[in-house]
Design a binder for this molecule. Structure first.
Ligand code: NDP
Ligand code: OXD
Length: 309
């Protein structure tokens, strides 16, 4: 029995190395290959070409190579009877929390304004901001959002989270569902998106959302480009409703040459690196799922096809 890696845009070698380090006998195939497909039990995938998964008749588990599964669920030919799992990982969570703390501090310490002043050759000290004046709001309080919220709160920021279902534990103020979205946005000066991309969240970062934030608010999108209405962002920045945005993810990746985001003075770009999966950190859970599959046990980190995450 075998597993296959289907990740045409990623180097499979670190994955092979990490998996083989734990199980040297593991039979690993790399798509595209011409080995028999019948004995492949598990497919580990990132941005697979649509339709290829249905060519594996013996498939019993599909695993994302990341936390997100939108790349899988957008495949109309996804074999929907095969259980789908994703990765949950301490390193992924830590790296995202770090990226977001850095991004929030960038604005809190006014690096955006000092960069601008430097480009104009101006020595322009400004009075310091106060953390209480920059309340942070995190959309999506799952594995990534919850830890990022704790780390920002520990650093002294006032943090609230927005999620779909009620929860009673934790120390972060929570706003639940569409009914509380408006109140959540009204109290937020730095808006962070860490939602999964689903039918409900696509394009959620739009004009209406920006208009409900206080004037001059800031946006950090580390989730998916599909959450953002690009034109609405540019309008909101140009009209001063938003004063800056840090974007790590884009509708089209790599971001095409000449895209207006590249040169917009109020946009900072990173190339989908806010939290990158480390194969050596996640290989144990992939192999644990293979073991569970073979023993008929419940899989780790299952995805709900109904919820889309
Ligand atoms: P989780 O599934 O753990 O958490 C998702 C959160 O979003 C949950 O709190 C969930 O609410 C909330 N949510 C989902 N739908 C809605 C909705 N309609 N309204 C309100 N809240 C909603 O996801 P992760 O934290 O693991 O990851 C989040 C996303 O981050 C991934 O899907 C991926 O797209 C992106 N990502 C980006 C990376 C990067 O490098 N840029 C790296 C890794 C992930 P509830 O708790 O009520 O279920
Ligand atoms: C993920 C990502 O979903 O890297 O893990 O975007």
């Amino acid at each position: 029995m075998a597993i296959t890696l289907i990740c045409p845009d990623k180097d499979p070698n670190p994955w092979i190395k990490a998996l083989k380090a734990l199980d040297p006998d593991l039979d690993i195939r790399i798509w595209p290959d011409d080995t028999p497909r019948e004995d492949v039990e598990l497919a580990l995938t990132w941005a697979h070409p649509k339709g290829v998964l249905k060519a594996y008749p013996g498939l019993r588990c599909i695993s994302s190579m990341g936390a997100g599964v939108d790349h899988l669920l957008s495949d109309p030919d996804l074999p929907r009877d095969v259980p789908l799992v994703r990765l949950k990982d301490k390193e992924l969570v830590k790296d995202m929390a770090e990226f977001l703390l850095l991004s929030v501090l960038f604005y809190f310490r006014q690096f955006d304004l000092y960069q601008q002043a430097q480009s104009e050759g101006k020595w322009m000290p400004m009075p310091p901001l106060e953390k209480k004046d920059l309340p942070v709001g995190i959309m999506g309080m799952g594995q990534l959002g919850a830890t990022a919220a704790d780390s920002l709160k520990t650093s002294g920021f006032s943090v609230a989270g927005w999620k779909r279902t009620p929860a009673s534990d934790g120390t972060i103020d929570l706003y639940i569902g569409d009914g509380q979205l408006q109140a959540f946005l009204a109290r937020t000066r730095i808006l962070i998106c860490l939602l999964p991309l689903t039918d409900q969240t696509r394009d959620i970062l739009n004009r209406d959302c920006f208009d409900r934030l206080p004037k001059g608010a800031l946006l950090i999108n580390a989730a998916r480009g599909g959450h953002l209405n690009e034109k609405d962002l540019i309008d909101a920045l140009d009209q001063g409703q938003l004063s800056g945005a840090i974007l790590d993810v884009f509708k089209t990746e790599p971001l095409p040459a000449g895209h207006p985001f590249w040169s917009h003075p109020k946009i900072r770009i990173t190339p989908h690196v806010s939290s990158q999966t480390k194969p050596s950190s996640v290989a144990p859970q992939v192999l644990e799922n293979l073991r569970r599959l073979r023993q008929g046990l419940p899989l780790l980190n299952p995805v709900s096809l109904d919820n889309g995450y």
